[in-house]
Design a protein. Structure first.
Length: 168
């Protein structure tokens, strides 16, 4: 996988709040915490509690624990209602194909994103075939997401930058 800075750097600004669903051990979360700076926040969730525990240890060791809210979540519930309307960016790096309830995930993300927020989707080349990526994007469109010009990402990654559904 490309360094996270190359995958998400064009979309991250200091001081922003970023959600990293499927964070694992923090391969993307830790660099995100550096990119958002001391005024920013990274919300890291994963269905594997041990992965989250390891991320927390790594964040402490790196001096980034104050910037990261890491917690386990349920397969169908991110459990982040307190962040409704407060997330600037959701980074879905090599994980969109993993969600068992993609429409439900997209609905939750829509409530978490600020009106000007964005969701960056990066799927790995080879593992996710182009037809599968197109099908994932179709689910996003049916959920009301709009495709924007994606950032340029090196390698053969499949990338989409999406705006959330319009709110009433």
């Amino acid at each position: 996988m490309e360094p996270p800075e190359k995958l998400v750097g064009a979309c991250v600004e200091p001081g922003t709040t970023v959600l990293d669903p499927g964070c694992g051990f923090g391969y993307v979360s830790l660099p995100l915490a550096r990119m958002v700076g001391p005024q920013g926040r990274v919300i890291s969730v994963d269905i594997e509690p041990r992965a989250v525990e390891r991320l927390v240890r790594r964040a402490r060791k790196a001096g980034l624990a104050e910037r990261i809210d890491a917690r386990p979540c349920e397969a169908r519930d991110l459990g982040l209602v307190e962040y409704a309307g407060k997330v600037s960016l959701v980074t879905v790096i090599h994980t969109l194909h993993e969600f068992e309830d993609l429409p439900g995930f997209l609905s939750q993300v829509a409530t978490l994103l600020e009106p000007t927020g964005r969701m960056l989707v990066v799927e790995p080349p080879g593992h996710v075939k182009p037809a599968q990526f197109a099908a994932e994007l179709e689910v996003c469109r049916r959920a009301g997401y709009r495709e924007l010009d994606p950032p340029v990402v090196s390698g053969r990654h499949q990338v989409a930058l999406l705006a959330p559904p319009a709110r009433d």
